[in-house]
Design a protein around this ligand. Sequence first.
Ligand code: KIV
Length: 265
Amino acid sequence: MNTLIEHIRLYKNRDAALVCLTAYTTPMAQSIAPHVDLILVGDSVGTVLYGMDDTTGVTLDMMIAHGKAVMRAKPDVPVIVDMPFGSYEESDEHALASAQRAMSETGAHGVKLEGGVDMASRIKMLIDNNIPVMAHIGLQPQSVIKDGGYKIKGRGDAQIEALLEDAKAVEAAGAFAIVIEGTVAEVAERITKAVSIPTIGIGASVACDGQILVIDDLLGAHHGHLPKFAKRYAHLTQDIDAAVKLFAQDVRTRRFPDDAHIYKK
Ligand code: KIV
């Protein structure tokens, strides 16, 4: 397994948690790489950059294009590309063909896919073919239509048991880490204690071995819905509004372009 991926396993039960963020473009990957331990080219690209209602319309070609863009930044941390809806559920063979395309065309270090017990054979198939896999359990955004919305998981004994089974199944299949999304905090903590691989929370628990957020949520860079679990550290839409307002004023009043921004003989 790639040494960058091996390094992620060392974050199990460490005092300092693993820092993960999404990126979809070269400049964003360049900006975040010095501060994070893992970059995810998430299929959240569909909602935050393409204005889609959910991630089910994202294609493998889109993920490959964004994976390539992130890899052009040459980040020295592992880059994981999300397997989009429809690219892996049908069969182990279909999952392998899609993951091989994602890996060979982007040069990324691994893939992520949503699912637990139901996807364990896919995960094993990929790992048997030297493709590192990060699992994703709990709230699974690609199931939004099937689930009838974004539903928090881990409420009630049956769901708790199912989540624990999912975590153990993906661990046994060989996943190198597990994203736990939208899950009651105590349950995410229980899962973290029950498995030997790092858990990465998003709307889960501070007890997870790491945390991940969507970069555009953190930066306040989009006008869409902000989930309760996403903390905003900047307000880029406001900065863009202020900057474009100034530019528009400069153009309308013929203050731009000034001498500093034109070519002379
Ligand atoms: O698509 C995505 O960005 C994700 C997250 C875990 C943030 O899957």
